[in-house]
Ligand binder design. Structure first.
Ligand code: HEC
Length: 255
């Protein structure tokens, strides 16, 4: 079949049947419609680029970054959350057969199959048909992918404890003297494991900033514990040290 300027077409109208060597087109028949790449075209590109660059700079200054407190390695209770575009992978790892003993399935095998298939698609799907309805396998897999990602993202948003997430990384501004003997004692005791390096709370203990407790009350808690969470006899040391520790904690105030 012949069409156009005597060019022979195959099923996909963009692919000429005879391959031609890749020679740049001669644009001389379009006077005024072309321009030199250097410097004319590049200058326009740069100007558009500069507008976006300045726009983004302004955005970063106007919109403060949503920073949380400094990462605390002793805080095992902190639940990190990926950005929204990775929530589906995060959610996947919550399912029994994609986590724990099967974590390789969730981290390597399922994502590997999905992204591997995407990369292999051009080689596997060589048909010339372009209508989605005529390509049931490709269309089906794409739909499956889209539905899974949407569903997993949705699930992770509705099951996440957003109230807790708001408080867990909150910047608590406390300034205390790191050389205070009370703090030195605190760090040598088991307290630090539960109440955190900066006493702002951690894996299993609440913050000790601004408790309003008197030194005697803190000494009592350190010895007898506080049910249900805090065990008795958490403090191991002399009464003198305990007093210093309790006085240090009772003085802590949030700025
Ligand atoms: C095993 C973890 C753990 C250890 C170790 C621990 N605490 Fe606690 N602590 C807790 C928990 C949990 C609570 C909250 C108790 C509750 O109200 O259920 C708590 C509560 C407290 C409170 C009362 C806070 C308030 O606002 O009422 C003080 C004071 C305190 N701890 C001091 C200490 C000191 C001092 C040490 C070290 C000698 C220490 N804790 C060691 C887990 C711990």
């Amino acid at each position: 079949m012949h069409r156009g300027k005597g060019m022979k077409f195959v099923g996909d109208s963009r692919v000429p049947a005879e391959r031609k060597p890749n020679i740049p087109k001669d644009y001389s028949e379009f006077p005024g419609k072309t321009e030199a790449f250097w410097p004319n075209f590049l200058l326009k590109e740069w100007m558009v680029g500069a507008v976006f660059l300045i726009g983004y700079l302004v955005l970063t200054i106007v919109h403060e970054s949503p920073l949380e407190k400094k990462a605390d390695p002793t805080d095992a209770g902190y639940i990190p959350l990926p950005d929204w575009y990775f929530l589906f992978l995060y959610q996947l790892l919550k399912y029994k057969y994609a986590a724990g003993d099967y974590v390789l399935i969730g981290t390597v095998i399922i994502p590997g199959l999905a992204f591997g298939a995407l990369m292999l698609a051009p080689f596997l799907d060589t048909g010339l048909e372009r209508r989605p309805s005529k390509r049931p396998i490709a269309t089906g897999l794409m739909l499956l992918g889209l539905i899974s990602v949407t569903y997993l993202t949705w699930e992770s948003v509705v099951t996440h404890d957003w109230e807790k997430a708001k408080t867990q990384g909150k910047i608590v501004d406390v300034s205390f003297d790191q050389n205070d003997p009370g703090y030195q004692i605190y760090q040598q005791q088991s307290c630090v494991g539960c109440h955190g390096n900066t006493l702002t709370g951690g894996a299993s203990g609440p913050s000790l900033i601004g408790t309003g407790l008197k030194p005697e009350e803190i000494m009592k808690i350190a010895k007898e514990g506080k049910p249900p969470g805090m065990p008795p006899n958490a403090f191991k040391g002399s009464d003198e040290e305990l007093k210093q520790l309790a006085e240090f904690i009772s003085k802590l105030e949030q700025k």
